[in-house]
Design a binder for this molecule. Sequence first.
Ligand code: SF4
Length: 238
Amino acid sequence: MEEESSSKDKFARFDMKFLKQIGMFKRPRKYKNQISDEELLRDLERYKGYALKLGCDDAKIVPASMVKVDERVRLKCRISVCHHYNNCINCPPYTPTVEEMSRTISQYRYALVIKREVEPKDDFIDPKKEEDIARHYRKNMEIVGLLEAQAFSDGYYFAMGFAGGSCQHALCMMQPCSVLEGKRCRFVLKARPAMEAVGIDVIDLATKLGWEVYPVRARPIPPEEFPCAVTFGIVFVH
Ligand code: SF4
């Protein structure tokens, strides 16, 4: 069961009326077995427009080959160990391996990468603001899920999204992962692994796209020294 706030703040869940207003989820499209680059890129431009209307600060269409996976990224979940490691089905060691992801990514042609600025940036930089961090990750996950669902309803049945942060933190607010207890995920349509949880080198990708990223949790640098904090997500479309 989805358990989100219906408050009207910037973290409120998007309702169907708003999604229709911005042009999403109008009608399904029939499946085709041949999709030209021209058609795919036209759809990706449309998804990019939706991403901006959903609150992203930027979104870029990239060839899937631009996305690199690296074993060192996934190893960072274990050394030093993250508290979600082995505690969430969407985190290592349960997520697809770097080898699986490398093979998988090579079968896609394009992806859409989204960026959201964290405002206020202290929400990410101040380690005491765990709930605020979770709200930013939750919104990011929701946008990734909606873009993936839009692509799926347009016939891109392999559309697959990855967000940022752990869904155990962002959605389940640190409750035990119900999937690891043999039950249904509480947020089955929204929970997605983080890009980093499947070994995607997010920093490499973001810097190649010209986006500024800082090591916001670096200690003991004071928070005011960080110019910005950002979250990212990606949807492989076809
Ligand atoms: S949203 Fe919760 S139940 Fe679902 S996979 Fe994540 S931690 Fe597990």
